[in-house]
Design a protein. Structure first.
Length: 414
């Protein structure tokens, strides 16, 4: 018997999702945008008040993604995206002997700018997120030239020519940092920009295919613990997974959202025509299995998906360690379910209805980061932060309502 209740399809249509996008972007346009600097402050509280004058690369780039994608709804979004893009290129980009990299932040009050020698793959990959989506919607040779420079430097900093894949951290002075490999180091480059750039930059597809192919193969071989039904998060430099010592002394905890993200990347490969048919079959099969296994985990209140799912788990025991519900994890789940060829349509509709009735704040705008175990919003958590702006929700809506628009032509080429 299914653990999911009977459901009735709600009002989650393309039109309603346009309203969801408008609602989300209005929160940042009304509260975070600073005409004086032609950019957006990143740290915004529950009521919409900036709590600092910091501008973070990841938050701004993700907002550029949301504005660029949504320019088909309102052309004024593209104007704001272009202003934010110009600010990022002027204030948050630097160069060293390898090439382009992104600074973590700039403080517009003090003038303080990040000058760390440590670079992490999360911030460097998502620095390219908004630029790539802006290019897809508003292509220019000048922007593409910069994206190529940034991509090439990214590869030089993080790619491992010996064992493949990417290190998670690199030092500007000493190079790649041993012990920093993770599942995220394989997935972030794909989800942040590389697959989207492969789609948008049609003349240079080969520039990205080697790394897409290599990363997904490493993730497929090493990223799934079939015995326990959870992703493997940490690896050594040769991609051997970190071993748990005991139930009390685990090497890493797991987020259900990373299971769903892993599944979504595997399922996206249906449209990667540079893979063999056998590779596509294998990846798709595992993606569906990951979804099936994750949907049977004891991570749902009262075993009911319509109440969302919890945030953190011990992979050895399935014990829930954090009972909050996290906005980005639910976005990842919806993306994965939307790619499952209709095999989890019931679960998709249930979770879609839950997300849009629970995370958006209809009173103060924006959306909540966390809901507690009883689905009560956690208002002390910022609605805008170093990594939270508009990307996860807008990307999820892109997959829910418009995937055929973007990928149909690829299927026809195969």
């Amino acid at each position: 018997m299914s653990c999911f209740p009977n459901y009735k399809k709600g009002e989650a249509t393309v039109d309603s999702h346009e309203k969801d996008i408008t609602h989300l972007l209005a929160f940042f346009n009304d509260n975070a945008f600073q005409p004086e600097f032609a950019t957006y402050y990143s740290e915004i509280d529950d009521k919409g008040q900036p709590i600092s004058q910091k501008v973070y690369t990841v938050a701004l780039s993700r907002l550029i993604y949301g504005l660029s994608y949504s320019s088909s709804i309102d052309t004024s979004y593209l104007v704001k995206a272009e202003l934010a893009l110009s600010f990022l290129l002027k204030n948050l980009v630097a160069y060293d002997s390898i090439g382009v990299y992104f600074k973590s932040y700039i403080d517009m009050q003090s003038g303080d700018v990040d000058n760390s020698t440590q670079l992490d793959i999360w911030q460097q990959a998502y620095g390219l997120c908004g630029l790539t989506e802006f290019y897809r919607n508003h292509p220019s040779a000048e922007l593409l030239s910069f994206i190529h420079q940034a991509h090439d430097a990214f590869i030089s900093r993080f790619h491992d020519p010996m064992h493949g894949g990417f290190y998670g951290n690199s030092n500007k002075n000493t190079g790649q940092i041993s012990g920093s490999k993770s599942l995220q180091a394989l997935l972030y480059p794909i989800t942040a920009y590389m697959e989207n750039l492969w789609l948008a930059d049609s003349l240079h597809k080969a520039k990205y295919e080697l790394y897409l192919k290599e990363n997904i193969n490493l993730a497929y071989k090493n990223g799934w613990d079939d015995k326990r039904g959870w992703v493997t998060i940490k690896f050594d430099d040769s991609w051997t997974s970190c071993k748990h010592k005991s139930v009390e002394n685990i090497c890493f905890t797991v987020n259900p959202g990373h299971n769903f993200q892993f599944a979504s990347v595997l399922l996206r490969t249906n449209n990667w025509m540079f893979l063999t048919s056998q590779e596509q079959f294998n990846y798709h099969k595992l993606g569906l299995d990951v979804l099936k296994r994750t949907l049977t985990k004891p991570i749902y209140p009262a075993n009911d998906l319509s109440l969302g799912f919890y945030s953190e788990v011990n992979p050895l025991t399935n014990e829930v360690l954090d009972f909050r519900k996290t906005w980005w994890q639910h976005c990842e789940a919806l993306i994965a379910l939307s790619l499952a060829d209709g095999k989890f349509e019931k679960e998709l509709v249930i979770l879609e209805n839950y997300y849009f009735s629970s995370f958006p704040d209809t009173q103060n705008g924006g959306e909540y980061f966390y809901l507690d175990k009883a689905n009560i919003p956690q208002t002390t958590e910022l609605k805008g932060s170093i990594g939270k702006s508009a990307y996860h929700t807008v990307e999820m809506i892109r997959y829910l309502t418009g995937r055929n628009q973007f990928f149909g032509s690829i299927k026809n080429e195969k």
